[in-house]
Design a protein around this ligand. Structure first.
Ligand code: DC
Length: 206
């Protein structure tokens, strides 16, 4: 079974994906990490994440260790990830890895184009979203919990800007697949979102 979860930043995709993966004993892939690690490699080499040739080469030489680095989150990594993610050659370079991850044992994958491009035939497609204010607040609380000083208004503005870039790009933009079921987590906590997702999975797989 493939469960594809798409949606904007900080909507609760990762938490939900991890819980579904644990419940169904499926492997989980946070595909955002692939773009984050690609952006980080470009920054490390002193390159420009919006340069297609440099970014493609970083994506092609990505290793598993790159996605386990501890410096893949934060404003600089967020921006670099969004920049490399808008480059078609980068997306093409990362496509096979994502498909083969899910093909053998099934998987839960979260990202922006899982239900539209990576696994258009996924058994279950969820589009997880929430208001920008709720998402800004969640990301701000995550930063606080990690001891990172941040301003709520700035965090919310950065989330909005990244969503706009992810929605507006021509290469695999953030989009709900026509057959995806929407879960708005503005008023839902993690348990309620999981319960709703389980209802949807149950209905799709019966
Ligand atoms: O989910 P995230 O915030 O870790 O994603 C980081 C960036 O990568 C974000 O700007 C969107 C982009 N991304 C993408 O374009 N396609 C995916 N499947 C996953 C992430």
């Amino acid at each position: 079974m493939i469960i594809a979860i798409d949606g904007p930043a900080a909507a609760g995709k990762g938490t939900l994906a991890r819980r579904l993966a644990a419940h169904f004993k499926l492997p989980y892939l946070d595909t955002g990490l692939l773009y984050r690690a690609t952006g980080r490699r470009v920054l490390d080499a002193g390159g420009d994440p919006s340069d297609p040739a440099v970014a493609e080469s970083a994506a092609r030489s990505l290793s598993a260790e790159d996605t386990q680095r501890s410096d893949l989150r934060g404003p600089e990594a967020d921006r670099a990830a969004s920049q490399v993610a808008s480059i078609p050659a980068v997306r093409a370079a990362l496509l096979d890895f994502q498909r083969s991850f899910g093909r053998t044992h099934g998987a839960v994958l979260d990202g922006r184009d899982i239900g539209t491009v990576i696994f258009p035939d996924a058994e279950v497609k969820l589009y997880v979203t929430a208001s920008a204010e709720a998402r800004g607040m969640r990301r701000w609380k995550e930063l606080q919990a990690r001891g990172v000083e941040a301003d709520l208004a700035t965090v919310t503005t950065e989330i909005r800007e990244r969503d706009e870039a992810d929605l507006a790009r021509s290469a695999a933009p953030l989009m709900a697949a026509p057959d995806a079921t929407r879960i708005d987590t503005t008023e839902l906590d993690a348990d309620a979102a999981f319960a709703r997702a389980m209802e949807i999975v149950g209905a799709k797989t019966k």
